[in-house]
Design a protein around this ligand. Structure first.
Ligand SMILES: *Cc1c(COP(=O)(O)O)cnc(C)c1O
Length: 360
């Protein structure tokens, strides 16, 4: 069997070492005589798994006891509703930064629960950049300010945490969490769906400052109430047990790699290698403002759109898969999360150069 290099945006590649462990443990996990997917979420063994996963995540991100860590069930976009339901409180309004498909969707959803005021929008640049800070309009009376740290589809990433005064900052970090160190203390709430950089789909990790809990609107569904999940150690409902288990293995793998600083160095090298290949050619093009280029998701176009299908077909033969861009933006996209080794990016660059020589 040949393992391919999977450049998919999500579900995405997982570390091979992690998959090996899961394979070895599948029939008999933790001497239970059964698989992890058969074990009760109320069992002592499973609860220990959850505690260990939380401790490892806290260690990786240096999360203080002022924050709760919740392991919730997906979809990730349920957070677009859960955040306003839980945090808008009696202020009834929140501020939204619009830098791409995902943050725009979060903004639209928030309108259902109160006033969602626009801080700024990158729409006029077709989401290839972030409006300059001095043009932003932050409503200082809002309950929080929401942004997306890495727009997975557009390839637009904030390399610094935006400055929004005293408002609790809420970030969708689905496609960037754990790719580099992050100062959690700067945030009111962080959320990340698992299928990009954490594990299999189904799990959403929420890190929330405890003093923000307990303000949920009365219409908040029980299953969507952060405080209830906090009080129940994320066991209010049956958690996504397999995804939690896999995420726990990924956290251990990250620690063994040297933690998030080591991952950041590796991820930066990978991204620079691919952007250099794109920028040094007239055949490939990335439209994003260099100040906001994502380390994780790199969209690019070919000089001749008619070659796209050939590109994808030949890439597949070279074991490079899932390079088709999102249907909203077209072209190609290479997602190079933590689990993509440097050799995978080298193989892609090598393929791109050969393809250009043949067709450019
Ligand atoms: C993938 C993604 C989502 C949505 O994930 P679903 O689980 O499909 O709802 C939201 N935000 C970001 C940044 C994403 O990358």
């Amino acid at each position: 069997m040949t393992r391919v290099y999977n450049f998919g945006a999500g579900p995405a590649a997982l570390p091979e070492e992690v998959l090996q462990i899961a394979k070895e443990e599948l029939l008999d996990w933790n001497k239970q005589g059964m698989s992890i997917v058969e074990v009760s979420h109320r069992s002592k063994a499973f609860q220990e798994l959850m505690q260990e996963a939380e401790q490892d995540l806290r260690a990786l991100l240096n999360i203080s006891q002022d924050y709760s860590v919740l392991f919730l069930a997906g979809p990730t976009r349920a957070q677009f509703s859960m955040v306003p339901l839980n945090l808008m409180g009696n202020k009834g309004k929140a501020a939204y930064i619009d830098t791409g498909i995902w943050s725009h969707m979060a903004l639209e959803e928030a309108h259902k629960y109160g006033e969602a005021s626009l801080v700024c929008s990158g729409e006029s640049s077709r989401y290839t950049s972030v409006p300059e800070r001095n043009t932003w309009n932050v409503d200082t009376d809002a309950a929080y300010c929401h942004y997306c740290a890495n727009e997975t589809i557009n390839g637009v990433e904030f390399h610094e945490i935006p400055e929004v005064g005293n408002l609790p900052l809420v970030a969708d970090v689905t496609s960037t969490l754990l790719s580099r160190p992050l100062d959690v203390n700067r945030f009111g709430l962080l959320y990340a769906g698992s299928q990009k950089n954490i594990g299999p789909s189904g799990l959403v990790v929420v890190i929330v400052r405890k003093d923000l809990l307990g303000k949920a609107l009365p219409i908040t569904p029980q299953a969507f109430d952060y405080r209830l999940q906090d009080e129940n150690q994320s066991l209010l409902y049956t958690p996504t047990t397999f995804a939690c288990y896999m995420a726990g293995l990924v956290f251990k793998w990250l620690k063994a790699q040297g933690g998030l600083k080591a991952m950041a160095e590796r991820n930066q090298r990978k991204a620079e290698m691919l952007y250099a290949a794109i920028d040094n050619s007239d055949f490939y093009h990335n439209p994003v403002d260099p100040r906001y280029r994502s380390w994780m998701n790199i969209p690019f176009t070919l000089a001749d759109q008619n070659l796209e299908e050939t590109f994808l077909k030949e890439a597949r033969l070279a074991h490079l898969v899932e390079l088709k861009g999102h249907r909203y933006v077209g072209g190609m996209r290479a997602s190079i999360y933590n689990a993509m080794p440097e050799e995978g990016v080298e193989a892609l660059v090598h393929f791109m150069k050969a393809f250009e020589r043949k067709n450019g």
